[in-house]
Design a protein around this ligand. Structure first.
Ligand code: PLP
Ligand code: ZN
Length: 376
C-alpha cells in the first residue's frame, strides 16, 4: 500500500497526510511500489516524468513541470580516465534540485496547499521558489545571510519571500523549523517527496546505459538529497528486476565539513558533532545532516565509500573542468575532485558522476579563483 512510513518507530500515515515528519520527531519515508513499463517509457518525452509509474503523484493534473530532466550523460576525461557525467547543472534553475522540487511541489499542488516554507544554502531555495511560481503557491525561503548573490537574486525574482538569517546554515535550519509549525514545510531534507524526485537521477543513468547499472556512482553529499534519492532509485530498479545489481555509492565531502566521512570511517552509530570550517563547497557544508545515519547505511549497503577533498583540490577540479568547457559551481567540482581520488584506486569500472550546479551561480567565488590564478 502507498503510505508514509517512519523508519524509526514504524508508524504509518496516509500518503495524503499534510505532514513532513513523524509524531515521534523522525523524518518519514514513502512506501510505494514503483513500476517500469520499459516500452511505454521509451515512447515518452525525454523528461523525468517519463518514469510516471515510479513517481508517487496520483493525478497527472497535479504535475508541475518545465519538461525537466533526462539530462545528457556525457563522457568526461578526468585525469585521463573516462567518466560518464550527468549534466544536471542544465536544469531550469541551474541545479539537480529541480528533480526534487518538481515532484515535491506537484504533491503540494495535489494536496491543495497554497503556501510553503523552505530553507537552503541557495539551490534548493531556487528550485522550490521556481516550481512554486509555476504552481501559483506562495513560498518563503530561509537562507543564511552569506548566501551567494546570484542565488538570492534568483529566489527573489521568482517571487518568493526571502528571509535572510544571520549566523550559520544550522541557524537557518532552526529558524525555518519555527516557521514550519504554522506553514507546510517543503523541505528538501525532511520531506520524502523530494527524494522521490531526485531518485529519477538513477532511472536516467540506467536507461542511458541501456537499462544497466554502472559499477560506481560518485556524488557530492551534505544532506544526501541526491545520494539518498539515487539509493532509492537504484533499489527500486533492482526490486523491479530492471537492473541486476546495485552500484557502489561513493559520497564526496569537503574535508572542512565531513561528519559523514568521519562516522563511516570510525564506524560510529551516530553522526559526530563537528566544528566545520569555511569551504568552497557551500552546497554540501552541512554539519548536522537530518538523514545522516540513513546516508551511512545506504553507502554501506551498496559496498560504497566516502572520500574527502580539500579546497585546493576542489579549485583544481573546477579549473580543469572549465578548461574543457564545463562551467560548474565549486560544490559541483568537489564531486569531480573526489572522482579523481576514487579513480586512482579503481580499475575497469563503469563510473558515473554528476555536475550538480551551474557555475553562473557562483560569480563571487569564481572571480576570486580568477584573481588567484593570475598570481600562479
Ligand atoms: C544540494 C547540492 C548538492 C548536494 O547536497 P545535499 O546536501 O547532499 O543534498 C551538491 N551540489 C550542489 C550544487 C547542490 O546544490
Ligand atoms: Zn516515528
Amino acid at each position: 500500500m502507498d503510505q508514509l512510513v517512519c523508519p524509526k518507530c514504524k508508524a504509518a500515515y496516509p500518503l495524503d497526510d499534510r505532514r513532513w515528519k513523524c509524531d515521534c520527531g523522525s523524518c518519514l519515508d514513502i512506501e510505494f511500489a514503483a513500476a517500469f513499463p520499459l516500452a511505454k517509457i521509451k515512447s515518452r518525452k525525454p523528461t523525468l516524468w517519463r518514469y510516471r509509474e515510479a513517481i508517487p503523484i496520483k493525478d497527472n493534473s497535479s504535475i508541475v513541470s518545465f519538461d525537466e530532466g533526462f539530462t545528457p550523460l556525457l563522457e568526461v576525461d578526468i585525469d585521463g580516465r573516462s567518466v560518464l557525467v550527468k549534466q544536471d547543472h542544465l536544469f531550469p534553475t541551474g541545479s539537480y534540485k529541480d528533480r526534487g522540487a518538481a515532484v515535491l511541489i506537484s504533491k503540494v499542488k495535489e494536496l491543495g496547499i497554497k503556501e510553503v516554507v523552505e530553507d537552503s544554502s541557495g539551490n534548493a531555495g531556487c528550485a522550490i521558489a521556481a516550481y512554486c511560481a509555476r504552481a501559483g503557491v506562495r513560498s518563503h525561503i530561509f537562507v543564511p545571510a552569506d548566501t551567494a548573490a546570484a542565488k538570492s537574486a534568483q529566489i527573489q525574482l521568482y517571487g518568493a519571500a526571502l528571509n535572510w538569517v544571520p549566523g550559520s546554515r544550522e541557524d537557518t535550519a532552526r529558524a525555518v523549523l519555527k516557521a514550519a509549525e504554522k506553514v507546510y514545510y517543503a523541505s528538501h531534507s525532511w520531506n520524502p517527496f523530494f527524494f522521490h524526485g531526485t531518485k529519477t537521477y538513477a532511472f536516467e543513468v540506467c536507461e542511458q546505459l541501456g537499462w544497466k547499472a554502472p559499477d560506481a556512482v560518485i556524488l557530492p553529499v551534505g544532506n544526501g538529497t541526491l545520494l539518498l534519492g539515487a539509493a532509492i532509485g537504484f533499489r527500486e530498479l533492482l526490486t523491479a528486476k530492471v537492473i541486476k545489481s546495485l552500484p557502489k555509492l561513493i559520497g564526496i565531502q569537503s574535508e572542512n565539513c565531513a561528519p559523514l566521512y568521519q562516522a563511516f570511517r570510525r564506524n560510529l552509530k551516530e553522526i559526530p558533532r563537528i566544528v566545520k570550517k569555511d569551504t568552497l563547497a557551500e552546497g554540501i557544508s552541512i554539519a548536522d545532516p537530518i538523514r545522516g545515519t540513513h546516508i551511512i547505511d545506504a553507502v554501506r549497503e551498496s559496498n560504497g565509500d566516502f572520500v574527502i577533498v580539500s579546497d585546493a583540490e576542489i579549485k583544481d577540479a573546477l579549473k580543469n573542468m572549465a578548461k574543457k568547457g564545463y562551467y560548474i559551481e565549486p560544490t559541483s567540482a568537489a564531486a569531480i575532485a573526489g572522482a579523481s581520488k576514487y579513480l586512482a584506486k579503481s580499475k575497469d569500472e563503469v563510473v558515473v558522476s554528476v555536475f550538480t550546479g551551474h557555475g553562473l551561480k557562483s560569480t563571487e567565488k569564481m572571480l576570486k579563483i580568477v584573481a588567484e590564478s593570475r598570481h600562479d
